[in-house]
Design a protein around this ligand. Structure first.
Ligand SMILES: Nc1nc2c(ncn2[C@@H]2O[C@H](COP(=O)(O)OP(=O)(O)OP(=O)(O)O)[C@@H](O)[C@H]2O)c(=O)[nH]1
Ligand SMILES: [Mg+2]
Length: 185
């Protein structure tokens, strides 16, 4: 009888041990699942952050692209100014500062556009003027405010620009060299 009791007790102990082992295994599995979930969440977070960073980079690039375009135009302007060292108050327009406020100055190359603008701005006559490569913007201060002139170089490569700026100008001054009979109609 005693032996039987001992065996029973031993069996009960073993079953309890097995239960504990099983519980342990289940807990392990649960822990693994929780860990996996946490890892997945972390991955998602990282992916989201990466996406955000990519978007930000793309936005920056697009912005920089626009800026570099503007810079290129400005650089062009600076080059033009460098060539027109003699003319004062010159700069290149990226866009008309205020719509319909610019006075457009057109005419054939060598007609005297830059010279006229220079004499208006400084009250001095300039004898040697380099051909305008592109645009030449001159701002003259008057009692009533500012007058903004925009000369477009009369040489062949720049003539097409006049079409674009004609509609944006307030006035048009067309300069003709009356002494140049060969080019007069
Ligand atoms: N004798 C004389 N020369 C002038 C007169 N006006 C301009 N010039 C000279 O003519 C040349 C051309 O003048 P610009 O003012 O550069 O002519 P422009 O119309 O601006 O020419 P682009 O910029 O090439 O379109 C320069 O060497 C000037 O010194 C003028 O009234 N009389
Ligand atoms: Mg000129």
């Amino acid at each position: 009888m005693e032996r039987g009791k001992v065996k029973k007790k031993e069996k009960e102990k073993e079953t309890e041990k097995e239960k504990i082992r099983e519980k342990g295994k289940e807990e392990k599995v649960k822990r693994k699942e929780v860990e996996q979930k946490i890892k997945e969440k972390e991955k998602e977070k990282q992916e989201k952050q990466e996406r955000r960073k990519r978007k930000e980079k793309e936005e920056k690039r697009t912005k920089q692209g626009k800026e570099t375009k503007k810079e290129k135009e400005q650089f062009k302007g600076q080059e033009e100014e460098g060539e027109n060292k003699d003319s004062t108050l010159t700069r290149t327009p990226l866009e008309p500062l205020e719509k319909n406020k610019q006075i457009l100055v057109l005419g054939l190359d060598g007609a005297g556009k830059t010279s006229v603008l220079h004499s208006l701005a400084s009250n001095r006559v300039q004898h040697s003027v380099a051909p305008t490569q592109g645009f030449n913007a001159v701002c003259i201060n008057t009692e009533d405010g500012q007058m903004e002139f925009l000369e477009i170089g009369g040489s062949e490569p720049f003539r097409s620009y006049s079409e674009t700026y004609l509609s944006k100008g307030l006035l048009l001054i067309f300069v003709v060299d009356s002494a140049d009979h060969s080019r007069l109609p």
